[in-house]
Design a protein around this ligand. Structure first.
Ligand code: SF4
Length: 357
């Protein structure tokens, strides 16, 4: 399926292009104390390994701004400084090598302070994300619309965009985040009719792994299907590595990007002749770390099993206390049930050249 993507301008965060037809890239944010730069760097390396292409850290005070410079020197992927309330921290972060900054211009201390941030960003060609959040829409817009409605969020964003443009600065991307899926979708849709700046997608405060994955898949997924969105962050109350698993699953399901294993498994039923659920759970935990794009099927019986297993790069169709192993559409072997997982993982290690265990 070909997506007609919204035509957006392109910016670069470090060496990663965003918008203008570039692949939708995956971001995350650290949850370590930024002031502890060593732990933050370790976490960034783990998240990068899990598929993160751009990382953001909170710069909440002077000490964090100092640590930011150390973090920047110690990592490979582009680094974004997330700033609230104090424009001086944005300045510090840019002087410390930030590849981009994220601010909510509404809470940074007034137009003169925003202008100071813009002046340095312009001088250093550092992109800025204007992050409008439903929780921090300006008071006059809340009075006008009653709630942080899509219209209120879009008006807030347009107000900030205008201010940046009046100051002759266009290296911006926009996010309009709400914890409500429908508001998120409607806000981005509405803004897409009014501007061509690239969009950073996300459903904010989406919740724990399962509920957050569902909300993100719906909110981000609908927009991506409509061609809207240039970069995304899945926000979960979990380790950032978990966000990568969900983000890449969304992109893979929409056939926008390929990375890692697409695991096809059946729900099991009265025909299942092997103890499938623990096999699939163990397989998923192991295969999460594979980077090579691969379709793996683990099916319970011969009704749909051989068909799915044949369509996959490698697959198993369960039989009586055993399973048939398929590779690239061909039946390779019948394997006893207790050896199935091991055999499957060995085949995948061989096919990808990646060490899984
Ligand atoms: Fe049931 Fe077989 Fe379908 Fe699995 S593949 S749900 S075991 S019919």
């Amino acid at each position: 399926m070909e997506y007609k993507r919204r035509v957006s301008r392109q910016i670069h965060v470090g060496d990663v292009p965003i918008g203008g037809g570039a692949p939708v890239c995956v971001q995350s944010m650290t949850n370590t104390d930024t002031r502890d730069w060593r732990s933050t760097v370790e976490q960034i390396k783990r998240v990068e390994e899990a598929g993160c292409e751009i990382i953001r850290v909170a710069v909440l005070d002077e000490q964090a701004a100092e640590a930011f410079a150390m973090i920047k020197k110690s990592i490979r992927i582009p680094l974004i400084a997330d700033i609230h309330f104090d424009y001086r921290l944005a300045i510090r972060a840019m002087l410390s090598g930030a590849d981009a900054i994220r601010i909510n211009p509404g809470n940074i201390g007034g137009p003169e302070k925003v202008k100071k941030v813009i002046d340095l960003a312009k001088e250093r060609k550092i992109p800025v994300r204007i992050g409008v959040n439903s929780g921090s829409v300006e008071k006059d817009l809340l009075a006008k619309y009653g709630h942080p409605t899509p219209e209120a969020m879009v008006e807030s964003a347009l107000r900030h965009i205008r201010f940046f443009e009046d100051n002759d600065f266009g290296l911006i991307k926009i996010s309009l985040k709400s914890s409500d899926v429908i508001t998120t979708i409607q806000s981005y849709r509405l803004l897409a009719t009014k501007t061509d700046y690239p969009f950073h997608l996300g459903v904010t405060e989406a919740g724990t792994v399962v509920s957050g994955a569902i909300k993100s898949a719906l909110g981000v997924g609908f927009l991506l299907l409509e061609g809207i969105g240039d970069t995304l962050r899945v926000s979960l109350t979990a380790a950032p590595e978990e966000e990568m698993f969900v983000a890449w699953s969304i992109l893979r399901a929409l056939k926008l990007r390929q990375r890692g294993v697409e695991l096809v498994s059946c729900p099991t039923c009265g025909r299942t002749e092997i103890d499938l659920i623990p096999i699939v759970e163990k397989a998923e935990a192991l295969l999460k770390h594979v980077k090579t794009p691969l379709k793996v099927a683990i099916m319970g019986c011969v009704v749909n099993g051989p068909g799915e297993a044949r369509e996959a790069d490698v697959g198993i169709a369960g039989g009586r206390e055993s399973g048939i192993l398929f590779k690239k559409g061909k039946r390779v072997a019948r394997v006893p049930e207790k050896e199935l997982l091991d055999r499957l993982i060995s085949e995948i290690e061989q096919m990808t050249g990646e060490k899984i265990r």
